[in-house]
Design a protein around this ligand. Structure first.
Ligand code: ZN
Length: 87
């Protein structure tokens, strides 16, 4: 469930399936945007994770060679994938 804050001051929970969509506030009945995976914050987070991934992989490549960089890149990609699945 996702916590939604309506403009009328009422807090309510919306099902995860409505993430990034619209839910009706049970208090005032108006449509409220549900924060979710498709909101701008999420896109910034994904972009930051990709930049971090490329940066760390490149740094390992310089410090420990291309083979270590490929290994680190694969491990980080797996970790980021697991995190994205958990969210
Ligand atoms: Zn409301």
């Amino acid at each position: 469930m996702i916590e939604v804050h309506c403009h009328c001051g009422h807090f309510f929970s919306a099902p995860d399936s409505l993430a990034g969509g619209i839910a009706n506030c049970p208090s005032c009945g108006k449509a409220v945007e549900v924060p979710g995976l498709r909101d701008p914050f999420w896109r910034v987070l994904v972009a930051g994770a990709v930049v971090l991934w490329v940066g760390v992989t490149a740094a390992v490549g310089v410090a420990a060679g291309p083979a270590a960089a490929v290994l680190t890149g694969l491990i980080l990609a797996g970790v980021l994938w697991l995190i994205s699945r958990a969210l």
